[in-house]
Design a protein around this ligand. Structure first.
Ligand code: HEC
Length: 195
């Protein structure tokens, strides 16, 4: 055991010329050199990696903090994370600036639209997919009882709005620029598609 240890230590530390080693051990010298060389390379690579991580960390602690303090950056972040909407309880003052879009009143449509055109522009948002409980166009089961009320009732509900057990149908689907006749045509089209 001891002799083997001595041989191993000799082989690693002493220059080849001073060694008294068996020839078969001598043959392993290249392999051992290669092993040690790989080890040194590995350690160097690890140090390089550690330096890189350290540099990034330092940059993060200095430059990163600096950037986060800049007003423009703060403003951009605030803009990105601002809530989509606010909740106002009854009696609370509405402080948010009026949205720009609200200022532009919807321009009256000059040309008369056909039933399908009205449906596709004003009604499909809810009645296409059933948003908010709206009966889907084409779903005859959902429309049977409504159609049974008679077309006049449906026209009336579409023009003046209607709140039933399923949800709220806004007057003319919220498109006050539509004429009564256009809304009626849209109802006729929807009923036709849902029988
Ligand atoms: C914001 C969503 C929404 C839009 C837009 C909308 N509707 Fe509706 N509509 C509803 C909902 C919800 C109901 C179901 C109300 C209930 O029965 O509770 C409904 C019901 C109806 C009914 C059946 C009323 C009844 O008496 O059963 C008709 C007809 C109708 N809509 C026509 C239209 C027409 C025409 C348009 C387009 C001009 C339109 N809707 C746009 C939500 C909408």
């Amino acid at each position: 055991m001891e002799t083997r240890l001595v041989a191993a230590v000799t082989c690693y530390i002493m220059p080849p010329t001073l060694r008294h080693v068996a020839p078969e051990q001598d043959l392993n010298r290249d392999q051992k050199f290669f092993d040690r060389y790989s080890l040194v390379l590995g350690v160097l690579a690890a140090i390089a990696l550690a330096l890189l991580v350290l540099t990034l960390k330092i940059a993060d602690l200095t430059q990163g903090v600096y950037i986060q303090d800049i007003e423009e950056y703060q403003a951009a972040v605030n803009k990105r994370i601002q809530p989509l909407s606010d909740v106002y309880l009854p009696g609370e003052q509405h402080t948010a600036p009026t949205p720009v879009t609200a200022a532009a009143a919807p321009e009256p449509v000059a040309t008369v639209m056909t039933g399908p055109q009205v449906y596709n522009s004003a009604c499909i948002a809810c009645h296409g997919t059933g948003v908010g409980g709206a009966p889907k166009v084409g779903d005859s089961a959902a429309w049977a009882a409504r159609i049974a009320q008679g077309i006049d009732v449906l026209h009336n509900h579409a023009i003046h709005g209607f709140t039933g057990s399923d949800g709220v149908m806004p007057p003319k689907g919220g498109r006050m620029d539509l004429s009564d006749a256009e809304a009626e045509d849209a109802v006729d089209y929807m009923v036709e598609q849902s029988k």
